[in-house]
Design a protein. Structure first.
Length: 74
């Protein structure tokens, strides 16, 4: 049964965060690895944005038009 509090203590008395309680060690390693990859992307400037809703809408509409033109007629 999952804990009902944000922190809990393990058998040795050390406090555990909610994430440490909710995820297995192997799941936690995967999560930590993906977070590290994302932070590395940010450090290397491989990010875009922030975008306003209007900018996002304009981009999506342009993409849809481009994709529609690329599709072969049936």
């Amino acid at each position: 049964m999952p804990p009902t509090t944000i922190t809990e203590k393990n058998k040795s008395g050390a406090k555990l965060s909610r994430a440490e309680v909710d995820y297995s060690p192997s799941q936690r390693r995967i999560i930590d690895r993906e977070i590290a990859r994302g932070l590395e992307d940010i450090k290397k400037g491989r990010v875009h944005g922030p975008f306003s809703a209007a900018d996002a809408t304009k981009f999506i509409k342009a993409e849809l038009k481009t994709r529609a033109k690329k599709q072969k007629p049936k």
